[in-house]
Structure formats: structure tokens, C-alpha cells
Ligand binder design. Sequence first.
Ligand SMILES: Cc1cc2nc3c(=O)[nH]c(=O)nc-3n(C[C@H](O)[C@H](O)[C@H](O)COP(=O)(O)O)c2cc1C
Length: 360
Amino acid sequence: MPDIDLFTPVQIGPHTLNNRLVMAPLTRNRASREGVPGPLQVEYYRQRATAGLILSEATCISPEAVGYPFTPGIWNGLQVAGWAEVTAAVHDAGGKIFCQLWHVGRVSHPDLQPEGRLPVAPSAIAPAGEAITYEGMKPFVTPRALDGEELPGIVNAYRIAARNALSAGFDGVEVHAANGYLLDEFLRDGSNLRADAYGGAVDNRARLLLEVLDAVCGAWGASRVGVRLSPVQPFNDMRDSDPLATFTRVVERLNAYDLAYLHVTEMGRDAPGAAGPFFDPLDLRRVWNGVYMTNAGYDKARANAALAEGKADLVAFGVPFIANPDLPERYRRDAPLNPPDPATFYGGGEKGYTDYPFLG
Ligand SMILES: Cc1cc2nc3c(=O)[nH]c(=O)nc-3n(C[C@H](O)[C@H](O)[C@H](O)COP(=O)(O)O)c2cc1C
């Protein structure tokens, strides 16, 4: 049997993907201030529809979930209508797209919150660093610890957002439990000091994620739901006293769902130990029973090696897809890649967004 490589089709749930190049979720801060994607987003995602699967930029489930300017939402009709244009364009171009469902938790600021309220979190611990507001950078504030009685409301917001994503024509959803946002804040003991059923033992810290999954899978069926984790990622001041034990147990619990895939980003690997005692996130592959997606710093050669060695089934590419809308074709032909322009990653218009050239 020939080696599996980036161009070997793969089945995830009901979907057959043409290739194993996934476009990683990429926040680009170009939606309207009301969180509505427009024609520029339609063009951007259409251009990248040759990815085996597109993961949308992180998309806010509620007004309280917002933590950055000009990020899209999926809690109201205008947002759903905007996303419906995006999904239709991707489908017309032969692609597939999942919606990454996002609540930022403490990584917000009163300036971005309804009525200037405090951001919410598992515990009242401010992350080190600064929030990005419409008026520039401001120090993070100490968030308000969520009361246990409020958690069903958060779960319900995920349920409504998941249903909205279905209405908007997405092919599935990815629950964002990575990178120091709300669900990750519950998972790791550096940000979760709760004494109730949502803190302490890993099974307790994973409770909110699993309740969210129950709700989202209720709307979509588990085979069209993925989860993203970032076990060694220190971004947003995250750490855990034992990431190997924490994330091994989380993945064991996720095995109870017949999910479309598990997506584990290796971000933070280049800062060994910054998020807690080091371990190799690829070890989680052995714990997981289903389709495994890896990410961070992959190029064609590394991705093909990981796939051939069975270390992953799918590889998500972030920055390469920003700069190369036709990344699969470039890899297929071993063509040179466009260099990315980091100055235009976050915010702006078409420059650095929809104007990267395709192969001639
Ligand atoms: C501009 C930019 C925006 C990002 N936005 C998100 C996001 O919305 N959700 C998420 O889970 N990760 C996000 N990430 C992380 C990427 O999905 C990915 O993990 C990271 O770029 C590493 O992969 P790469 O080396 O292939 O670029 C973002 C990264 C970049 C550079």
C-alpha cells in the first residue's frame, strides 16, 4: 500500500475530504464592528476552498464571548446571514468549512463587553499582558469568577451558536478549547482554582467542556463536531502543573464521543516548559481513538512524514494558508510559497488578506 500523504483523501464523519491539508482557524479582525462577516470574508474563504477542510476563524458565541475588535460572531441573524454567504461560496468552489466556536473568557476587557461589564472566567485571576481594544492596548483586568449557577447559561449559548452554525450552512463545528480561552481556562489548573464541581480533579475541570460538547453534539451529531486543544501553549498566560496527566485524561474523556476529529496544536513546543512540565503533545495521539489533526510549524515535508509515520491523520496549516490561497496546488507542484506579511495578519482590508497571488 502506498504511503499516506497530504493528497490521500480521508473520511471525517460523513465528509470525504479531498486532501489532508486543513486551513487552521485564523482570526483576521476584518468583520464589521457588529461581528458580521461581509463580502471580503466571502472572497477570502472562497480563495482557500481547495483545502481539504477550512476551519473558520474563531467565532464568538455570544456578546460576552468577545475579546478582540472586529471578530465575527454567530449569535444573531445578521451574523448567520453573513456566514451563509461564506459557506455558500466555499461550497460552490468545492470546499468544506467548519465553524470554530469561541468564548474568550478572561481574555477580554470591559471595553469589549456588554455594558462595560467584567470579563468572566473560572477564577478571578487576571492574565499577565494586555487586551486589544478599539482604543488600543489596555492591561487585562481581573475577571469575575463565574458562579456555578451561570454555567448552564454558557452551555446554552454554545447550543444556540451551534444551531446557528447549522442554519448558516457550515459542514460542522470545532469547539475551541485551546489557547487560553474560556474552556481551556477551565481545563488547566493555572487558571482554574475553583472548589466546586468544575475545579480540582481533571474530571471536574473538564466538566464544562464535556457539557458544551453534549449541547453542541445534540445540535450537530458528534460526527460533525471537532475539538481543539493546546496542551503546551503558554499564550494568554496559561500553565498547568501536570499537562501530561491533564490532557491525557481530557482525551480519554473525549473518546466517549464519536467526534469528527481531535485537533491538537503543538504551539508552545518552541518554549519548552513555559506552560508546565514538558511533554510531547503528539503522545496524545496514542490515547485518542479517532481521527487526529496536528498543527504548528508544519511544511509539506514534515506533514508528509507525520502522515506516513501515522503520527497524525490531518495537518492544519495556519500562516502558510494566510499567504497562499492555493497552498494545496503549490505543495502538489512543489512550487515556491508566497512569503507572509505579519503586519497585515490582524485587521485592515484586502491588503494581506485577499490579494496574495495564486500560481500563474
Ligand atoms: C493571524 C493568526 C490568527 C490565529 N487565530 C486563531 C484562531 O482564531 N483560533 C485558533 O484556534 N488559533 C488561531 N491561531 C493559531 C493557528 O490556528 C495555528 O495554530 C498557528 O498559526 C500555528 O500553525 P502554523 O505554524 O501552521 O501557522 C492564529 C494564528 C495566527 C498566526
